[in-house]
Unconditional design. Sequence first.
Length: 228
Amino acid sequence: MIRQSFRSLVTTWLTGLLALLPLVLTLALLAWIVNLLNKLVGPATVIGQLLAALGQPFASSPYLAYFVGTLVLLGSLYPLGLAVQLGLRRPLAWLLDMTLRRAPLIGNFYNIADRFVGLLDKSKNADITAMSPVWCFFGGEGAAVLALQPSSEPIELDGRPYFAVLVPTAPIPVGGGLIYVPVEWVRPADMGVDGLTSIYLSMGLTPPHQAGKAAKEPAVLTDDGKAS
């Protein structure tokens, strides 16, 4: 009796802990990010001193100057983004190629950072979003594979039409195996590229919504009114 009461008490306590744990982890992550930013760009760092120098003409207090300098830097990002949208991306890229990218050590770090930022920039991955998610039924009725179709135009191999499909192994950016499958094996998937990416990133834990409906072939009525 005492053992059952103890187990019930522990179970209830663990339930409360699990209910609170996501909030605790979120706050811990935010605290870690704030602490990291303070170490990287805080008032005591070199970057923080540069920001304070920007705000020095507008404030006498060091901390207020740092805050004003941060606002000045954030405000300067808007005209920079506007200039890039108006067509200055190529000149800026050429300038960086001639300076930072050619530096022996700095160039390597900049290339890594540029690739990482490129993963977050959806405009650079516009060709990926133009692909169409499809279901591939190998053998016509075999295993169903969720893939991307780069083009809706089939190609002919040995007198038979084939579609090129990409089976992802790394959704961001998309990479994987390029397979040419018969046209009749490929059927549209009722989802966008974002939905396909979420499924692969969750390793299958996120189910493909309405996948069953998309996988079924549309029924064709015969002359006698029966579905085939």
